[in-house]
Design a protein around this ligand. Sequence first.
Ligand SMILES: [Mg+2]
Length: 371
Amino acid sequence: MTKITNFEVIRVSLPFETGGPRKGMRPSLDAWLSMECIMVKIKTSDGLEGWGEAFGHAMAPGTEAVLNNILGPMLLGKDARGIAKRIDEIERPMHGLGRSGPVMYGLSAIDIALWDLAGKRAGMPVFRLLGGDSGKLKKYASLMRYGGDIDAIAENVTRAKQNGYSTIKLHETTVPAFRAARNAVEQEDNICLDVNCPWTVAEAKAIAEEILYDGFHWLEEPVWPPEDFIGLAEVRAEGVPISAGENMTTLHEFKSAFEAEAVDNIQPSVTKCGGISGMKRIFTLAQAYSVRVVPHCFYWGPGYNATAHLAASRPEPTLLETAFIDLIVQPHGLFDASESSLDLSEKPGLGFEADWEALSSYVISSHSISG
Ligand SMILES: [Mg+2]
């Protein structure tokens, strides 16, 4: 038995610059000034430590409380090797507390940390444990929201291209903003539009019709609410490729989206949908429905490493979403938005080796239990 002896939750908030005006990712949210990360560190009796990340952002205090008070105590003393069983032991008793939200986010962090431990125990990187052939990955640049500022959009799309990115995603919601990005680069460069669920189906169809011949690579989450897969399928029928998935959590939600023929690209998020185990299940399901996988990854912590290893585990090239931001400090060697590609090392596990000297001033809370 490889006993779980210590469970620690560390919340870090890193200020960042965007290269333009600061806006919330949705009009109703305040300007985003720093990016939080909820890290889980699990120590085991064989002297190893595994790192995971839970979805946080505006929900960070809730997820943190669930990890500290409910999920962590459930794990102490258990065998870290039986990942599927450990997750099942949490997921079943907690099923009435929300099939999305803090419980599932916390569970995702635990799964990621247990996979990190499995890789370290096996002496190999997680992407190899998952059957991957190479640690080389291409990224796509995921720009922050510039509130429709045409000059800032054109400038940052150009900057991303100069950094080597050939796929660039906006978080804007107006057609002039979309076209400012499109016109800033060549036609062979891919411009993606992530609008974060603002429109009715009718409104989204009208926009899709308007931009049909502009050559956008995809339109992401055009419909409110995000779980309206039938409505999303109606928008997709207009002909613009549709992406969605970061707001789906359970396997059955993904199945419903595939059954509705709602998406061209599925975007599961490792810190929400059940960690590495959840992502693996969704990859297989997507294959059965012939849907392309482009994981969601608006993270800089262990969730970023986990997504990179999952992308590298796939037989076809899979782009790694990377937030196009300048963090106040570089948190670890793998996260660098100024580079458009990366090569995972042969370090065992997820290779999450944070620069704690740099990060320590940005820790806003931490809590540890042993047993
Ligand atoms: Mg998105």
